[in-house]
Design a protein around this ligand. Structure first.
Ligand SMILES: [Zn+2]
Length: 362
């Protein structure tokens, strides 16, 4: 264990809770000053950032090496992301949890998809949709309380009419979600389209990723049921490119992706205004770089969500939603220190002064 730390300045505990100082001793936060000499760290101190849509072990071509995944996890740590709920990884990334220098990781196992109905080499592809319930129970058993399912993607079998379509019949999806729940896991789903959201809400989904096709009714229902949505604006920014690539071959799909791209900020503002619990996710891995969470948060602020709420969602509120303590007596010392107050200026998140993970100063 490193030298004890004395954290001073503004310690942000929650929405309206602050402290002037606290200490880090033996990897834990405490309000009791230690007897031994301390190292001073001053600034705005926040509970470590949470990235709930982050694929450690995934690269543009699918699974990466352990060495590459380590580089990814360290990039997340340097950006202040100290807690990751992954959104599925083709690499068995359990080893990350044995490493005290890498962010805490809540695994969702391998995300579930179908052949030709998702990005190649990313998901666990089921040949037969009827395998979904069994597969969801298996991923529930191999993960840490979350299962990720790809609920919609383009179906290219319809020629020029090809469009986003659900991957799973509604009854099988419902059986799958029930199987995961029975195994003690929550389920979050990749959902770009409008059509799939009713199936998900009806089946008792626990989280929605992207949510670009949610209607005002869906948004109101998600708010009522407290189903968190992860906007992933860095990913949605690519929808215009997806439309471009689909070009004249898939014009229906291209038009839909373009329209969702154009109203992406409006959509995220609607989530916030309706009171949907927001979780923040960079969607790093694949094509987006690890360590991008501060850039994602800046996008959510640009969309019109108040900066305080964005920072809260990525810090204490996000931790709370995942059941992981923030700044508390005796909690693991995972904090990020900034020279300016990120609750006032989101760009401060891009410049952490210090990162403290399990009491170790980086
Ligand atoms: Zn993703």
């Amino acid at each position: 264990m490193g030298q004890p730390l004395h954290l001073t300045g503004t310690i942000v505990v929650g929405d309206a809770a602050e402290l002037d100082e606290c200490w880090v001793v033996d990897g834990r936060l405490t309000l009791e000053p230690p007897a031994e000499p301390v190292r001073e760290v001053e600034g705005w101190v926040l509970p470590g950032l949470v990235d709930v849509h982050c694929h450690i072990g995934l690269g543009p071509e699918g699974a990466v090496s352990v060495e590459e995944a380590e580089v990814q996890a360290k990039a997340d740590r340097e950006a202040g992301t100290l807690l990751v709920r992954d959104a599925g990884s083709p690499q068995d990334n359990r080893w990350v949890q044995q490493r005290s220098d890498l962010p805490r990781l809540i695994r969702a196992g391998h995300h579930l998809a179908r052949p030709k109905r998702y990005l190649r080499h990313y998901g666990r592809e089921l040949d037969d949709v009827a395998q979904l319930p069994q597969a969801m129970a298996e991923e529930a058993a191999s993960g840490d309380g979350w299962v990720k399912v790809v609920a919609d993607w383009i179906d290219r079998s319809e020629g020029a009419d090809s469009d986003l379509r659900p991957l799973w019949p509604a009854d099988i999806l419902a059986e799958g979600i029930a199987a995961a729940h029975e195994a003690g896991a929550k389920v979050t789903a990749h959902a770009f389209s409008r059509e799939v959201v009713d199936d998900l809400l009806d089946a008792g989904i626990d989280g929605i990723e992207h949510g670009t096709g949610m209607t005002a009714d869906h948004i109101a229902e998600a708010a009522r049921r407290r189903v968190p949505v992860t906007p992933t604006l860095l990913q949605v920014a690519h929808f215009a490119d997806f439309a471009e690539q689909a070009g004249s071959k898939y014009p229906v799909y291209a038009a839909r992706m373009r329209a969702m791209h154009e109203r992406r900020y409006e959509q995220v503002r609607a989530f916030h205004e309706a009171g949907v619990p927001l979780l923040m996710g960079s969607d790093a891995g694949g094509t987006i770089a690890h360590g991008s969470l501060p850039a994602e948060l800046a996008e959510v602020v640009r969309a019109g969500v108040p900066v305080h709420d964005v920072v809260a969602a990525a810090s204490w509120r996000g931790r709370d939603l995942l059941g992981v303590p923030g700044i508390h007596e005796g909690a693991g010392a995972d904090v990020v220190v900034y020279a300016e107050d990120p609750r006032e200026d989101v760009s401060a998140l891009a410049r952490p002064r210090a990162v403290v993970l399990r009491g170790e100063l980086y």
